[in-house]
Design a protein around this ligand. Structure first.
Ligand code: UN1
Length: 514
């Protein structure tokens, strides 16, 4: 299927195949124009001359239509047996698996990550779809003995209603799937607002969901800005649950607004993930892990490593290895063979990273990188050289603030205690790792690191979809995505007591001697 033959593309664009296609919202099972007809462009971050498509600049009215459609679809979807909902999800997972390469290429073009990583992103979507499809036959509650005779006690999960799904651009297939699959399998319907940098990936995903057979109105896509579309969803009295991944600043704002209506809100926010390297570590392995988690996805993962906390005796040999290997990394379009690092998402990201490099120059020592990469064709994209600072102190700004780019701060410490303290000296707590050969030390880190995900002898990225994903402290608000616990966000508990004794039995009273 060519992109212009996409069902989401408006017919005019399909007819004129040479023009940039225009894509539409998906509301109540139909691809529709926005109320205003205004559009915005999505461009390739590796080559800004390459315009991928025009997308509806959605308004509050569009979001309102989508919420209405999701509300209308809710009773029938809620009444559909959960295993049947799971069957639709299995079909969707199969379609994604068949279209993996096409989705991955579209992702590299729109978001910039290298093709191997884009395939991994799609695979994470497939994995969660299969996991959650199976949840249609589980959704475990408890059945427990009652404290009274001839009485039954059990708890069941029920869907909440319309789920507002607001997603980032860095995992444009995986993260929407992490959120939409548990929402849908448990019987909720969805209004999906993707990041404005990756609306094409979202559109392709929703096309496959429609093809898989999610009934009209169960999944609705509205593209557009956070201010117009996102806020309408967050403020709507008819959207009782919101799931958001993005910056801590936006997450706090969403939580405040949604809090006014006591909504369920699941937040997946910033990180300042650290790798601890102890003097007994395998330094080559540590170098591999650090490079992959610091510079993979151009540092644009919530789980990216942006701090290396290293015991002084191995500081120099580790730094030498990191520098040598980072200098060999090749920048370019993620679609090209042999490229290690793609672009940053947009020009604003380049500016933000450059700003932090200026801060870093005052706080630490610049070991390498430190500037936008503009040689040859790179000038058309948003490239930034892998950057390493050494001599950073734990409380320096570059050691504390989320940069979301290829900037690594190396923080020397004297011993394990200082390493654990430095690792935890952050307001975030998503992922953390330790390189050591000592099993006692490893267990101490597993116990004492304040993070939702801990790795031993691996970098900070690479979470699998069947364990809970999420962070402590300001990384989130206590909810988890992925794993079977992901359905907690999208379900209400109902405890049910059935008394078949034929007479009134009073709990806590009739079962005790006077
Ligand atoms: C994210 O960056 O928001 O563990 C998600 C990882 C990936 C998911 C990252 N599996 O790095």
């Amino acid at each position: 299927m060519t992109e212009t033959a996409s069902p989401a593309a408006s017919p005019a664009a399909s007819a004129a195949r040479t023009t940039v296609p225009t894509f539409r919202h998906f509301i109540a099972g139909e691809w529709v124009d926005g109320v205003t007809g205004e559009t915005f462009e999505s461009v390739n971050p590796a080559d800004r001359r390459d315009v991928i498509g025009r997308f509806q600049a959605g308004t509050g009215a569009d979001a309102g239509r989508a919420v209405k459609a999701a509300e209308m679809a809710f009773p029938a979807w809620r009444a559909t047996p959960a295993p049947k909902r799971g069957e639709v999800m299995y079909r969707f997972a199969e379609l994604m698996a068949r279209q993996k390469e096409r989705l991955a290429r579209a992702m590299s073009r729109e978001m910039g990550k290298v093709l191997a990583e884009a395939r991994g992103d799609v695979q994470e979507g497939i994995d969660i779809a299969y996991l959650m499809a199976g949840e249609g036959r589980r959704m475990f509650g408890d059945t427990v003995p009652s404290e009274l005779p001839d009485k039954w006690a059990m708890s069941i999960r029920q869907p909440i209603g319309v789920a507002g799904i607001i997603t980032p651009w860095n995992f444009p297939i995986a993260i929407p799937c992490w959120k939409m699959m548990p929402a849908l399998v448990t019987g909720n319907t969805v209004v999906f607002k993707p990041a404005s940098d990756t609306p094409h990936c979202a559109t392709l995903l929703v096309e496959l969901m429609a093809e898989a057979g999610f009934p009209p109105g169960t999944v609705n896509l509205v593209t557009g800005s956070g201010a117009a579309v996102g806020d309408t969803i967050v403020d709507s009295p008819d959207v009782p649950v919101i799931s958001f991944t993005g910056s801590s600043a936006t997450g706090k704002r969403i939580a405040e607004r949604a809090g006014r209506r006591l909504k369920r809100v699941s937040l997946e926010l910033g990180g300042k993930n650290g790798v601890v390297v102890l003097r007994d570590a395998d330094l080559d392995l540590a170098t591999d892990g650090i490079l992959w988690s610091a510079f993979g996805t151009t540092g644009q993962r919530c789980t990216a490593c942006s701090r290396v906390i290293v015991e002084r005796p191995v500081l120099e040999p580790l730094l030498a290895r990191l520098e040598k290997r980072a200098k060999a990394l090749r920048l370019g379009s993620g679609l090209e063979d042999g490229v290690d690092i793609g672009p940053l998402i947009n020009a604003a990201a380049v500016e933000k990273v450059a700003g932090y490099v200026e801060v870093g120059r005052r706080e630490g020592e610049l070991v390498m990188g430190g500037a936008a990469a503009t040689d040859g064709d790179l000038a058309h994209g948003n490239f930034f050289a892998p950057t390493i600072f050494s001599g950073v102190k734990p409380m320096d700004r570059i050691g504390q603030e989320e940069i979301f780019g290829p900037v690594l701060s190396v923080i020397p410490v004297d011993d394990l205690d200082a390493a654990v303290t430095a690792l935890n000296q952050t307001r975030y707590g998503l992922s953390a790792s330790i390189f050591t050969r000592d099993v006692n030390t490893a267990f101490r880190a597993m116990r004492d690191f304040e993070a939702g995900i801990v790795y031993v002898n691996a970098g900070t990225t690479g979470a699998e979809t069947h364990l809970p994903f999420g962070g402590w402290k300001e990384t989130g608000n206590g909810h988890r995505e992925a794993g079977h616990v992901a359905i907690d966000t999208y379900t209400e508990w109902k405890s049910i007591y059935v008394d078949f004794s034929g007479h009134l039995q009073r709990a806590q009273i009739d079962n005790q001697p006077d």
